[in-house]
Write a protein that binds this ligand. Structure first.
Ligand code: TXA
Ligand code: MG
Length: 333
């Protein structure tokens, strides 16, 4: 397998050329991976059914799992939906550009492959300058799931994308590590009450404050007609080796070492060390933890450990998205 084509989109003077080349490929129906403020996305022209089909093939993604459409302006978002409720307007004005995705009733112009046959479309306006410049240069919205193989850890660097997708992608725009590190919060605005389908760094509390209303955060939609947020129902975000979250991680790691296991440990910097474990220590703050989580899991699995132990993060509402991803990464089916 050839390595994928990669362009450094941050190189001095290189950015306009990189963006133009990426837009050219996308216009021709190709696939381009690009950085966003959350994770890298695998982009295609959202209005081109055949291009969108290539995303599903490259990821090994089930056709039942809809993808997010990325736009450059609120007007472009509105051109994709039948209804733009005041809640959408408020949330867009407060959190866009940024890591929040809104689910709204779709217009016919959005191909049904994007929405997994459903009547709603998920839209977000990313804050990352490269993502923004790329969508603007294209002039059409970009369908872009995270640029990983289905059920795997999301990529936060261009190297992760290359490792995951190889030459299944026509071009990778390298914009360095993504700052956020966790996928966007997904909010469904099509029901009687707004509902968080996937927790993220924009918290339910922030959304409630912006809307001055309570939201329905609990339902994980199992049994809904379309898989409303399939990431919520299956193993997802998973490393290739077993992962467990431990209350007393130093003890658990020692135990595994005594049993001669090669163990990788994602710990907090304030925890005592355990000899001869492969340890990555991160600070106990949500934003730095989020930005390092996936890179740490990639690094540990690349180091060839047999299992990964993660120190249990604080049980605080702002850590909810982290707990969500760790729980899914630990699910073994
Ligand atoms: O931060 C992010 O959201 C990243 C970057 C690249 O933007 N994208 C991302 O895409 O995480 P993906 O495909 O890995 O996750 C999209 C999530 C899935 O859980 C999917 O089920 C949900 O959004 N989704 C997409 N369209 C939907 C719809 N019409 N209704 C409900 N959920 C939807
Ligand atoms: Mg994903």
């Amino acid at each position: 397998m050839n390595g994928p084509r990669m362009i450094d989109a941050l190189a001095l003077g290189g950015k306009p050329t990189a963006i133009a080349e990426a837009a050219r490929l996308l216009r021709a129906g190709g696939l381009v991976a690009f950085p966003t403020e959350t994770v890298y996305g695998l982009g295609a022209n959202a209005l081109d059914e055949a291009a969108v089909a290539r995303i599903f093939a490259a990821k090994g993604r089930p056709a039942s799992n809809p993808v997010i459409v990325h736009v450059a302006t609120i007007d472009q978002a509105r051109s994709l939906v039948r209804d733009w409720p005041s809640a959408a307007d408020r949330l867009a004005r407060q959190f866009w550009p940024g890591p929040l995705t809104l689910v709204l009733p779709k217009r016919d112009v959005v191909p049904s492959s994007v929405t997994a046959g459903g009547d709603t479309v998920a839209i977000r306006l990313p804050a990352h300058p490269i993502a923004h410049a790329l969508i603007e240069a294209c002039g059409f919205p970009l369908a872009a799931p995270s640029a990983n193989r289905s059920t795997r850890i999301s990529p936060t660097t261009a190297a992760h994308v290359a490792k995951e997708l190889g030459d299944r992608v026509d071009l990778i725009l390298d914009g360095g590590p993504t700052p956020g590190g966790l996928e966007s919060t997904v909010v469904d605005l099509t029901g009687p009450k707004p509902r968080v389908l996937r927790p993220g760094l924009v918290t339910a509390e922030q959304i409630e404050q912006a809307l001055e209303t309570t939201i329905d955060e609990t339902s994980t939609c199992v049994g809904d007609k379309i898989a409303r947020s399939p990431g919520l129902m299956e193993r997802h975000y998973a490393p290739r080796v077993p992962l467990e979250v431990a209350d007393n991680a130093p003890r658990r790691v020692s135990e595994l070492l005594q049993a001669s296991q090669r163990v990788g440990w994602l710990s907090f910097s304030d925890e005592p060390n355990v000899d001869s474990s492969r340890r990555i220590a991160v600070p106990r703050t949500v934003s730095s933890y989020a930005s390092r989580l996936y890179a740490a899991l990639h690094e540990l699995e690349d180091a060839g450990v047999e299992r990964i132990v993660v120190s249990r993060p604080p049980d605080d509402p702002e850590w909810r998205a982290i707990h969500d991803r760790l729980r899914r990464a630990a699910t073994n089916s």
